[in-house]
Design a protein around this ligand. Structure first.
Ligand SMILES: Cc1cc2nc3c(=O)[nH]c(=O)nc-3n(C[C@H](O)[C@H](O)[C@H](O)COP(=O)(O)OP(=O)(O)OC[C@H]3O[C@@H](n4cnc5c(N)ncnc54)[C@H](O)[C@@H]3O)c2cc1C
Length: 244
């Protein structure tokens, strides 16, 4: 009877995105549409990052406290995104004078801009947060994790899974990678002394002693070492050692 000792080897996402601001959510939407499993990790307890819209109960107005405007001429992607998400927009009110506070110790100056001050800017109906909400609601459930600050990232290259199974009689370590595996012709000789294959990265051969020593040590302890190609790709090495 073997007792599996679970180790965290499951892949929980194809792509992890740090930050549920406008960029993170828009990217998650595109990747999800391509069939990838995406996790968005957001440090704050709300979506949107710098996008923040407040609702005024008294006037029933939505006030953008962060990003407010977009310019259709120079931001065609935002125009396309709003259309895809069926969000409406309106022209920023422009006519009239503008007050410019150039010196805090003096009263603001009144300027009249013939062509308007916002240069054709538009705003999203209901505030910029509507865009964030629409992007987030188009994602599969549990795609975004709030209160999840990413504190460190480690590049593990092609990941290696190590597991240990024990029974009353023996312990078995299995080590699997996700590389190319070994060519079938090499499998019968892979533990032979001085037998080696060119390394994929450098093309150089190694001494051919490593695996021979591993098997020798395993056998000296009354155990065995083996290697096979995993049916789903990569190599799978096993070392079995007796407990007594
Ligand atoms: C006051 C103000 C007014 C603006 N006005 C306009 C405007 O009118 N028009 C316009 O186009 N742009 C405007 N901008 C710029 C606009 O806000 C940004 O370009 C845009 O919101 C950036 O989106 P983002 O997703 O790249 O980044 P952010 O909105 O900054 O989102 C990044 C997210 O990542 C999260 N995060 C960061 N580190 C971690 C971590 N380690 N782990 C987990 N999560 C993390 C943050 O909490 C945040 O939610 C304005 C910005 C401000 C501040």
């Amino acid at each position: 009877m073997t007792t599996p000792v679970p180790l965290p080897v499951a892949q929980w996402a194809d792509v992890a995105i740090v930050g549920a601001g406008l960029c993170g959510l828009a990217l998650a939407r595109v990747l999800t549409a391509r069939g990838l499993r995406v996790q968005v990790l957001e440090a704050r307890s709300r979506l949107g990052g710098r996008v923040l819209t407040a609702h005024c109960e008294a006037t029933d107005q939505h006030l953008d406290l962060g990003p407010t405007w977009y310019w259709p001429e120079t931001e065609p992607r935002i125009v396309a995104l709003l259309a895809e998400l069926d969000l409406s927009s309106f022209n920023q009110h422009d006519p009239g004078d503008a007050l410019w506070l150039t010196d805090p110790s003096r009263a603001p100056e009144r300027h009249l801009h013939a062509g308007g001050v916002h240069a054709g800017a538009r705003r999203i109906q209901g505030g910029a947060a509507r865009l964030v909400e629409a992007l987030a609601s188009a994602l599969p459930p549990d795609t975004v994790r709030l209160d999840a600050e990413v504190k460190s990232l480690r590049d593990r290259g092609s990941c290696i899974e190590i597991s240990l199974q024990t029974s009353d009689e023996q312990a078995e370590f299995s080590i699997r990678d996700h590389g190319a595996g070994a060519p079938d012709y090499a499998l019968p000789q892979i533990f032979d002394r001085f037998y080696s294959l060119p390394r994929p990265a450098t093309g150089r051969k190694s001494t051919g002693l490593g695996l021979a020593l591993v098997r020798e040590v395993a056998r000296l302890h009354g155990g065995e070492a083996s290697f096979e190609n995993h049916p789903e790709g990569g190599g799978l090495a096993r070392i079995r050692l007796p407990k007594h």
